[in-house]
Ligand binder design. Structure first.
Ligand SMILES: [Fe+2]
Length: 362
């Protein structure tokens, strides 16, 4: 399509969407009186069967005949609350306020243990990327955690984009991936153990990966939109590592530059990713390692999400008053509800796991 058809701002608006209706009067009155559209043209004068109306950046041609019940019109507005209305001709009107912050649905906690078995279900997404859903219940739609595998490396067919989210991090499990982020300088490579915190709406692009790249991606809400960015190109000329994106800073955690420090349970050491500071305590992510027989035990925790992913070695998880046990091997993930007592005992030397805690359940 010639580009000037899309971008010529001086051109008269010449496009309209035809919306059929049985009762033109009633439908016209709904759009004009209730929604605030204005009439551009009406014909014929003696017994109108067609009306062109405009509003919210869209022109509609209401035309007598048939119904509009299969049509959904989404209108963006900042001075009406989000709601869904039905026009007299059956057309659905979705009023959307894009300026309202991202809201999370109600949390529905459960114990989710997802092992990496030989018959684990992977779905193939775009560009041959394989996805394994680590929290199929999505905890009521609040969180998504995916194990993503790119078998064949090379350039990744991505474009500059951003997400409306409250939380999103990517942890490189194995292989490497080259990425670039708005206001964070030149593209860089994430290696195994590295991670990024992608604050809300930061523009970014995945450029290239190794063969057998594996990453763990965790986000909230579980369903979030991806918007293409057509104006900003990356890398940006400005570099602002401390820029605030809706209360969060971008984090690039480089494992090789981060010391192992004692963790809150004896026998464990942790590499802190810095996500706690960058989110003012909203989230926390660390790589944890221990030798055989180290024990990590907790009663109730205070988070909306407590997520673990076994990176190497193995552990036994014991939960509840009936001490139900599960063996956790490499690739197994665990999501623990806040009220469930648990004990995790490391059963192999050089065991490492990723621990991610997000939100407060209070
Ligand atoms: Fe993205």
């Amino acid at each position: 399509m010639p580009n000037n058809l899309l971008t010529n701002s001086n051109a008269r608006i010449i496009a309209e969407v035809v919306v059929p209706c049985r009762e033109l009067d009633q439908t016209l009155s709904f759009f004009v009186d209730q929604l605030g559209f204005r009439v551009e043209m009406i014909t014929p004068a003696d017994n109108p069967n067609t009306a062109i109306i405009s509003g919210y950046g869209v022109r509609l041609c209401l035309r007598h005949g048939g119904t509009g019940e299969n049509i959904v019109v989404r209108l963006h507005t900042s001075d009406r609350k989000a709601q869904t209305l039905q026009a007299p001709n059956g057309t659905t009107i979705e009023m959307i306020n894009p300026n309202v912050g991202v809201e999370l649905p109600e949390l529905c906690e459960s114990l989710v243990v997802t092992p990496l078995t030989s018959d684990a279900s992977w779905t193939v997404g775009r560009a041959g990327m394989r996805y394994r859903d680590l929290i199929p219940s999505r905890l009521g739609g609040v969180f998504i955690a995916s194990h993503i595998h790119i078998p064949s490396g090379g350039p990744v067919p991505d474009y500059v984009h951003y997400h409306r989210i409250k939380f999103q991090m990517i942890y490189c499990k194995s292989g490497w991936v080259r990425v670039v982020y708005e206001d964070q300088g030149e593209p860089f490579v994430m290696n195994a153990g590295d991670c990024v915190l992608q604050p809300p709406e930061i523009r970014h692009r995945v450029l290239e990966s190794s063969d057998n790249l594996e990453v763990i991606e965790i986000g909230a809400p579980a369903e979030h939109e991806t918007f293409a960015e057509h104006t900003i190109t990356l890398p940006t000329p400005t570099v602002q590592p401390d820029r605030d994106f809706s209360g969060q800073r971008f984090v690039r955690h480089v494992a090789g530059q981060t010391p192992w420090l004692p963790w809150r349970f004896e026998g464990f050491e942790a590499r802190n990713t810095g996500i706690d500071l960058a989110t003012s305590g909203y989230a926390n992510a660390m790589t944890i390692r221990a030798k055989k027989s180290a024990v990590f035990a907790e009663g109730e925790h205070q988070n909306q999400l407590m997520f673990m992913f076994i990176l190497s070695g193995s552990a036994t998880l014991e939960t509840g008053n009936d001490h139900e046990t599960k063996q956790l091997q490499i690739g197994t993930s665990v999501t623990l509800p806040s009220t469930l007592k648990f004990k995790l005992e490391v059963t192999a030397d050089d065991t490492q796991f990723l621990l991610v805690e997000v939100g407060s359940s209070n």
